[in-house]
Design a protein around this ligand. Structure first.
Ligand SMILES: [Zn+2]
Ligand SMILES: [Zn+2]
Length: 205
């Protein structure tokens, strides 16, 4: 979503009421919020890592800023003026000094990195096994939990191909994977980016 589209969005706390009757949905797109959308949705920027001042009053710009909702039963919300029981809570956002990985996806990212060729990114499974897993994963009738099990099996299979002293040659590019399997977390100071990088490529930075 570009900046003009974000600016065109109306963020409201009013309940949505359909006023033109049913419509046919042509397409649907799911995305995460962009930085601009998050700051637009929020009532307050949180920039202090503190809760209360010396008089036990929530600090403005702190983690319990009253614009995000009452901090306790004795307070009122500074945004909707409702009490502790009625305020639904409002968003605050933190400007991060550096980009960070979403902790919720971090393990998954590392597991995917272990399953792909470090040269061309193809999955390390041999062709027959790859097609077999792909066919099972694309089965629309497969339950979500069975899919999770299948993913675990794929990760285990790929990991056993390359851990210890084992190595496996990529079937697409011929690169020998698995000789060294360490990932480093690097903060590259000149451009303020955080990378997960395989040690084979660390000298390229
Ligand atoms: Zn409120
Ligand atoms: Zn490859």
């Amino acid at each position: 979503m570009n900046r003009a589209q974000v600016e065109g969005l109306v963020f409201t706390k009013q309940p949505y009421i359909e006023d033109v009757g049913p419509r046919k949905i042509k397409s649907m797109q799911f995305t995460t919020f962009s930085g601009a959308e998050i700051s637009k949705l929020a009532e307050v920027q949180v920039y202090k890592g503190l809760y209360y001042d010396t008089t036990r009053k929530p600090i403005d710009g702190g983690l319990l800023d009253p614009r995000m909702g009452p901090a306790n039963k004795g307070c009122k919300c500074a945004t909707c003026h409702a009490n502790f029981g009625d305020c639904p809570g409002h968003y605050g956002y933190v400007n991060l000094a550096l980009p960070v990985f979403n902790v919720g996806y971090f393990t998954t990212i590392l597991e995917i990195l272990k399953c792909i060729c470090k040269s061309c990114s193809r999955i390390l499974l041999e062709e027959k096994l790859f097609k077999d897993f792909l066919r099972k994963m694309r089965n629309p009738k497969l339950e979500a939990l069975r899919k999770v099990d299948l993913v675990k099996k794929i990760i285990k299979k790929c990991s056993t191909l390359t851990t210890g002293n084992k190595s496996t040659r990529c079937s697409r590019c011929g690169y020998l994977n698995g000789l060294d399997f360490t990932f480093y977390f690097v903060v590259y100071s000149s451009c303020s980016h955080l990378y997960v990088i395989h040690n084979l490529f660390i000298s390229a930075l």
